[in-house]
Design a protein around this ligand. Structure first.
Ligand SMILES: Cc1cc2nc3c(=O)[nH]c(=O)nc-3n(C[C@H](O)[C@H](O)[C@H](O)COP(=O)(O)O)c2cc1C
Length: 234
């Protein structure tokens, strides 16, 4: 939903990818055998990744594969000064549903009723119908040492770089994913309490996924050459 926190747009668009660190999984056991890895090329995976917001929870990808994808993205994402400040909390099945129940409860208490019913309720229902949500955080602690030394640089550090990699790779496995930003202190507090997340971690976004149940609309592309891409010396 696009009602909040757009600064993230710029940061995540630095597709360059990824932040390492720790990954925490909450699952109620099912699907534990690793699937074979994807056979499409990286270039094809980037081209075919789309936002799929209508999803269901009857996914064909096993939990261990989902975990592996997120683990690898977290581990191999470069970070400023190798600070490894990215954190991911992966919620599957009932834990995923619980997250969207909490989001519904918190947002309902914060926005006018009519707006909630029109803009939020149907979307939260859509996301809840999925299978999992990966919550992307930044832990400011590992960056502290660099803030003192490079105060102007730290704000420029792109956040949550692992996200695009996870999105692309889960899509390549056949899952439908969409990126959301439910960035509410009251929701962060509930997440901290429910899944033991340190209160200092800053939530950046949620990647919701499930079995795709819609075909995304045709995408309109801005011209690239000499508009978004400028080449010299080729
Ligand atoms: C940084 C960033 C933030 C986004 N935020 C949202 C969002 O809050 N809600 C949403 O439904 N989609 C969100 N999207 C998805 C974009 O709308 C989508 O990527 C864009 O329209 C292109 O469509 P595609 O993903 O199908 O290629 C976001 C994408 C990026 C990269």
């Amino acid at each position: 939903m696009y009602l909040h926190s757009l600064p993230l747009l710029l940061t995540t668009l630095l597709i360059a990818l990824l932040i390492p660190s720790a990954i925490f999984t909450f699952t109620s056991s099912r699907n534990t055998v690793a699937m074979s890895s994807t056979t499409i090329t990286l270039a094809e995976a980037f081209k075919s990744r789309r936002s799929i917001r209508v999803i269901t929870d009857d996914v064909k990808v096993v939990d261990s594969r989902i975990q592996e994808i997120i683990h690898d993205a977290v581990l191999h994402t470069p970070s400023p000064f190798n600070a490894q400040e990215g954190r991911v909390v992966l919620l599957l099945k009932d834990e995923h549903k619980k997250y969207w129940d909490l989001a519904k409860e918190v947002v309902k208490g914060l926005v006018p009723a009519q707006f909630f019913e029109r803009a939020y309720e149907p979307r939260i229902k859509m996301y809840r119908a999925g299978y999992g949500t990966a919550l992307f955080f930044t832990d400011p602690a590992p960056l502290k040492a660099f803030e003192a030394k490079w105060p102007t640089l730290v704000d420029e550090f792109p956040k949550c770089k692992s996200l695009i990699k996870v999105w692309t790779t889960l899509s390549a496995e056949g899952l439908g994913c969409s990126l959301q930003h439910y960035d509410y202190p009251a929701l962060d507090a509930r997440v901290s309490e429910e899944w033991n997340v340190p209160a200092t971690w800053k939530v950046k976004s949620q990647l919701v996924f499930g079995n795709p149940a819609e075909t995304p609309p045709e995408k309109i592309f801005e011209p690239v050459e000499n508009h978004r891409l400028f080449v010299h010396g080729a």
